[in-house]
Design a protein around this ligand. Structure first.
Ligand SMILES: [Zn+2]
Ligand SMILES: [Zn+2]
Ligand SMILES: [Zn+2]
Length: 309
């Protein structure tokens, strides 16, 4: 996704908050289910693609927790390992007994030292006390073909899917990530995920019935979307929610007025979070639009309740 400004990201996030699946998922996340580990997103009803999109909008931080090697030809993660002699490539190996001679640094099979009557094959010095001037190397190998000894084999992977043979040098790497919720956005998310439900409860207590649709056709023939549409005794109420990190501006007020003018409900309320700007407030008064302001869901619902009394 292209780089976007903070304000753009905020507007995009608002769109996601309206999606029922995202709303449900985020409610689950802020309920203490962060970080989201691989596979858990699916259990919570969200796919990896959406999780990536939410991350690019700042809701989650990706954190690499593991690296998975993949077949360089087919990207399969299903392969088995073989140990090979690093000198001749033979797979015919055995456990070897290697001795390291500390003074000269030579490492060789025990038999080579025995053949020389206990002298180092490289420098000719006689071996002294084990642990002092020489030591056995644990877990070493011996090649049954070329007879050389070595501390670590060459590890070769064979892909079970396509048969490709490769080593760590050629393997593709895939990052396994967990997604950590950006706690700086907790307030915004809690608000976005619970506000709709709280408003519905409030309207219900005032005798309103929430309609299933959020979109109404105006007398112009155009469809207009609202956040809440409710009816009481044949009269219709529409509510739109506008929010901004600081103040809601005149554009939101004018846009809401145009929709309301076309749909002509009995009542219309514009929710402005946290508040309208001075100019927007003047415009709302001029248009006769009822406004419910609030910094959080509780304040907004309280001011809606006051308007409807
Ligand atoms: Zn030596
Ligand atoms: Zn070999
Ligand atoms: Zn493969």
């Amino acid at each position: 996704m292209v780089a976007m400004s903070l304000q753009d990201a905020f507007v995009y996030r608002l769109r996601y908050y309206r999606r029922p699946d995202v709303k449900k998922f985020l409610a689950w996340v802020v309920d203490g289910n962060s970080p989201i580990r691989p596979g858990e997103g699916g259990a919570a009803g969200i796919d990896l693609g959406t999780l990536e999109e939410l991350s690019s909008l700042g809701l989650f931080h990706r954190h690499v927790i593991d690296t998975q090697p993949l077949c360089p030809r087919c990207d399969s993660q299903d392969f088995y390992d073989r140990y090979l002699c690093p000198f001749c490539g033979s797979p015919r190996l055995d456990r070897g007994r290697l001795i390291e001679h500390y003074p000269c640094g030579f490492i060789g099979p025990e038999e080579e030292f025995e053949r020389g009557g206990g002298a180092c094959p490289k420098c000719g010095m006689n071996l002294g006390v084990a642990g002092a001037d020489h030591g056995r190397m644990r877990g070493s190998f011996k090649c049954l073909d070329c007879g050389r000894g070595f501390a670590a084999p060459l590890i070769s992977h064979t892909c079970a899917a396509c048969g490709s043979k490769f080593t760590h040098e050629d393997a593709n790497l895939r990052h396994i990530c967990e997604y950590r919720f950006n706690e700086a956005l907790r307030g915004e998310v809690v608000l976005a995920c619970s506000l709709g439900d709280l408003i519905s409860d409030c309207l219900g207590s005032k005798g309103y019935r929430i309609e299933d649709t959020n979109s109404l056709r105006g007398s112009s023939g155009a469809e207009h979307a609202f956040d809440v549409v409710a009816t009481r005794g044949g009269g219709r109420l529409v509510i739109s929610i506008a929010s901004s990190p600081s103040e809601v501006g005149e554009m939101e007020v004018a846009g809401f007025f145009a929709k309301v003018f076309d749909v002509r409900p009995e009542r219309a309320v514009l929710v402005a979070m946290p508040r309208l700007s001075e100019g927007a407030l003047r415009l709302a008064k001029f248009y006769g639009i009822a406004v419910a302001e609030g910094r959080d869901a509780g304040e907004v619902v309280a001011s809606i309740a006051k308007l409807l009394d």
